[in-house]
Design a protein around this ligand. Sequence first.
Ligand code: HSE
Length: 426
Amino acid sequence: MKKIGVAILGLGVVGGGTYKILTEHRDFYKNTKGIDIVIENVLELDKNRALALGIEESKICTDIAEICSNPEVDIVVEVIGGIEPAKSYVLAALNSGKSVVTSNKELYCKYGHELEKAAKKNRAGLYFEATCVGGVPIIRSMLDNLQGNVYSSVIGIINGTTNYILTKMTESGTDYSSALEEAKKLGYAEADPTSDVEGFDAVYKLSILSSIAFNTKIPYTEIYREGISAIDGADIAFGKQLGYTLKLLAIGKNGKKGIEVRVHPTLIKSTHPLASVKDCFNAVYLNGDSVGDVMLYGRGAGAYPTGSAIVGDIIFCATHSNHVYSTFVNTETAATDTKFVKNFESEYYIRLSVDDKAGVLSKVTAILSKCSISVAQFIQDGEREGDKASLVVITHVTKENSVKKAVAEINATGIANVESVIRVIS
Ligand code: HSE
């Protein structure tokens, strides 16, 4: 039977989950795949963490060189996260001819071009299913099963931590900080949860997914980003009243005018399939010209779901004689002919705090009309706060720059102030 030696770099939440899946399923993989996957080494500075998992002391390393020089290791699994030392370790492994499986979206997004070059040069594999949406098999589905399609959009809830927080805030009225603490305890959040709540994690994943979908490099620097840390519970409540659910959406579209890529809180119609994606669950909603709409759904974070994606890549790598690389030209920057649409179009939710007196509403509507913004819905909150009232406007589809202009003009009136602007998908 073919023996495959694996080394795991980092025994945190995902590394620990991967270790357990591989050891618990060793006989299953022998029987069903005809391969014996043996964990030859782990790289972990906290020895007790490794010993607690039942790993023999002789297998625990603290120096990547030990793993690179171990002829028994075929595949190195990088689950450290972040750029350094992960990048140096992955390059060292590839340069010593080992294949690499990684869950590190920041590393693959920022330096995938460099890693792929090293992998090709050394005829080593480089697999990254676990970089995006945990256990949801999105990358291989796009590369294999759906490869006959020209994709026009890839839209998703691709961060488990923020989806967990928004679900708790919406359904139980939990405050933002307590919901974030819960997500950290459950092992969903990154070591520094700023990456989750400010939308960076989703930006890295969208860069990878849209590059595959649109067959061209979409650098993360081209992606518009807004996180959820400034979300006000009032907007979740108004959204509910209007039939919308608040989600952190990652949106990639490829149209006649170019490519549009953005990550931001979005109010989506509560009947939209993405609105029912709750807690740590993620979903990616794709549109391909042949298949139409497809939604892939599952757990987007956590030890076992992400471990499932990693083990899938290990088995793929071990059972394919020719390695496969990204289907787009993996460069650092975008191709010179790629056009990015920055002044994109959307419907908008605008919440204003206004002086509760005659003439204010007509002034606000006059500004909206002057900026070519057509109103779809208007509500005024019955409850006044002193002499102020809340006014909520949902617009028809309009341009981002028109909304920015209207917001500046409304704020300059002195009788109304825009408290929040959230993009809407009806
Ligand atoms: N922190 C990430 C998330 C983990 O919450 O989605 C999975 O990539």
